[in-house]
Design a protein around this ligand. Structure first.
Ligand code: SF4
Length: 419
C-alpha cells in the first residue's frame, strides 16, 4: 500500500498492538478522501497511541495527558475552516482523564474528529484499568469482585450534542466509519475497541465474545463558531499608533536573558510596543520555570518589517544576557554571528562579537534589561531609541523611567562602543 498520509509504515508499537490497524485505517481514510495531509492536524497526547506522530505526513501536535481533545477544540475554533481536518487521538486512559473536554467539544459541536483507542487499559504505564475498562475485563484481569460501570463515551457524547458517533471493533477495514466521522461538519467521536497483547485482550474474538457490536448515530447541527468580535487580543491595537519610522529591512531575532525579578518580561514587552509604534511586526515569547519567582527568565523577540510566520528562535541575532541564569539557559542559541551584550558578571562568555558592561552595578537589578535594550538601539539600527523612550513614558512606571532614561543617555554618550 502506498500512502500520502503514512510516511513510515514501521509500527512504533508492540507486535500485534491494535493501534497499528487504527493508524492504517486512518491513513487509508485520509488518502481515499483525497485530503492533502497538510490539511490535516493530528493531535495526540500521552499514551502508546500518541507514538504515531513521527510516522504521519500531516501536522502533528502532542499534548499533555488527557488534553488532546481540548487542544483540538482550540485549533478547530481558531482555524474555523471545514476544509482543514482536525483529528484528536486518545487512548481510553486519556479520554477518561479529559472527559470534560470531550463533553464540552460535543456540546459545542466543534468541527473535529476524536478517535478513542479503547484497549481497556493504560498501556504506557503498565496496564492499569481506565474509566472505560468493561466490567468483565475488570473482573477477569484485575480480580475486581464488584466491577464499576464503565463510562459509555458514545452515549455521553451523543447526549452532550455530538453529531456523529460510532463504537466499533478495530479489526479489518473500518475506513468507511472514519470517513463519515472526518466528513461530518461538527464533533465526531469514534471509539475503537482494540487488543493490547502486552496487558489487555490478546485476540479480537475475546472482544466479540463479550457481545460488542458496531453502533453508530448521526445528528445534524451547526458547529459552534466564534464571532470575530469575541476574539480578544492581549494588546489593544487601537492604542498602538504609529509614531516613528524604522529602516529595518529584515527580521532581527533578539533574546533577552536574565533571572526572575529583573523585569525581563516587562522590558521586552515595552520594547515590543516600541517596535509596533514604528510600524514593525513583533512577536514576544516568554520562557521561565513554573516557579515564576525564581530561576531564569527569558524573552524572545522577533522584530520584522514583514509578517512573522514562525515565532521560534533557533539562533539569535542578538543575545542580551543580564545574569548568569538566563545566559546558561540560552547559550546554545548563539553562534559566531550573534552579537552579545552582557553584564560583566557573566561567566564563560566566549564570543568575539560582544559588548560587556556593569549594567547591574550601574543601573540596578531591575533596570539592567531596559538599559541594555537602549544600548542595543544605539548600536544597531533597528528602530529609533526615541520610540523606546516613548514606550517607557506611556507605561505605568513613567516617573521612574524618566530618571532612568536620563541616566542611560548619559552613560551611552560616554561609552566607546564598537562600530
Ligand atoms: S503496551 Fe499495549 S497499547 Fe502499548 S504499544 Fe504495547 S500493545 Fe500497544
Amino acid at each position: 500500500m502506498s500512502s500520502n498520509m503514512l510516511i513510515d509504515k514501521n509500527s512504533p508499537y508492540c507486535p500485534g498492538c491494535g493501534h497499528m490497524n487504527v493508524t492504517l485505517n486512518l491513513a487509508k481514510a485520509i488518502d481515499s478522501l483525497e485530503i492533502d495531509p497538510l490539511d490535516v492536524i493530528v493531535v495526540s497526547d500521552i499514551g502508546c497511541c500518541g507514538l504515531i506522530d513521527p510516522s504521519l505526513a500531516s501536522h502533528t501536535i502532542h499534548g499533555l495527558h488527557g488534553r488532546a481533545c481540548a487542544l483540538a477544540s482550540g485549533i478547530a475554533l481558531a482555524i474555523d475552516n471545514p476544509n482543514k481536518k482536525i483529528i484528536a487521538i486518545q487512548g481510553d486512559g486519556g479520554a477518561t482523564i479529559g472527559i470534560a473536554h470531550l463533553l464540552e467539544a460535543a456540546r459545542r459541536n466543534f468541527n473535529l474528529t476524536l478517535i478513542v483507542n479503547n484497549n481497556q487499559i493504560y498501556g504506557m504505564t503498565g496496564g492499569q484499568l481506565s474509566g472505560l475498562s468493561n466490567e468483565n475485563f475488570q473482573h477477569e484481569n484485575a480480580n475486581i469482585e464488584e466491577p464499576l460501570t464503565p463510562f459509555n463515551l458514545i452515549e455521553l457524547a451523543k447526549s452532550a450534542g455530538a453529531t456523529y458517533g460510532c463504537q466499533l471493533i478495530g479489526k479489518g477495514d473500518f475506513t468507511d466509519y472514519l470517513k463519515k466521522a472526518i466528513n461530518n461538519n461538527g464533533f465526531s467521536i469514534v471509539e475503537i475497541l482494540e487488543v493490547c497483547p502486552s496487558y489487555g485482550y490478546q485476540k479480537y474474538s475475546e472482544i466479540e465474545n463479550l457481545g460488542f457490536k458496531t453502533y453508530e448515530f448521526e445528528n445534524k447541527r451547526n458547529p459552534f463558531r466564534l464571532y470575530k468580535n469575541e476574539i480578544k487580543s492581549l494588546i489593544n491595537f487601537n492604542e498602538s499608533k504609529v509614531y516613528f519610522e524604522s529602516n529595518l529591512d529584515k527580521p532581527i531575532k533578539i533574546i533577552l536573558a536574565g533571572s526572575a525579578g529583573e523585569g525581563i518580561q516587562s522590558a521586552a514587552e515595552l520594547f515590543a510596543r516600541a517596535a509596533i509604534s514604528c510600524n514593525l511586526n513583533v512577536t514576544k515569547k516568554g520562557d521561565y520555570p513554573i516557579t515564576v519567582g525564581t530561576g531564569f527568565s527569558v524573552a524572545e523577540l522577533i522584530i520584522s518589517p514583514n509578517e512573522i510566520h514562525y515565532t521560534g528562535i533557533e539562533k539569535a541575532d542578538v543575545l542580551i544576557a543580564i545574569s548568569q541564569n538566563g545566559f546558561d539557559y540560552t547559550k546554545t542559541k548563539i553562534d559566531d554571528n550573534t552579537f552579545v551584550i552582557a553584564d560583566s558578571s557573566i561567566q564563560n562568555l566566549i564570543s568575539s562579537n560582544k559588548l560587556t558592561f556593569d549594567f547591574q552595578k550601574t543601573f540596578g537589578k531591575k533596570n539592567s534589561a531596559i538599559s541594555s535594550l537602549f544600548t542595543l538601539l544605539i548600536l544597531k539600527n533597528i528602530f529609533p531609541p526615541e520610540a523606546f523612550e516613548n514606550s517607557l513614558h506611556e507605561s505605568k512606571h513613567r516617573e521612574k523611567f524618566i530618571q532612568l532614561i536620563e541616566k542611560i543617555k548619559s552613560f551611552l554618550s560616554e561609552i566607546n562602543h564598537p562600530a
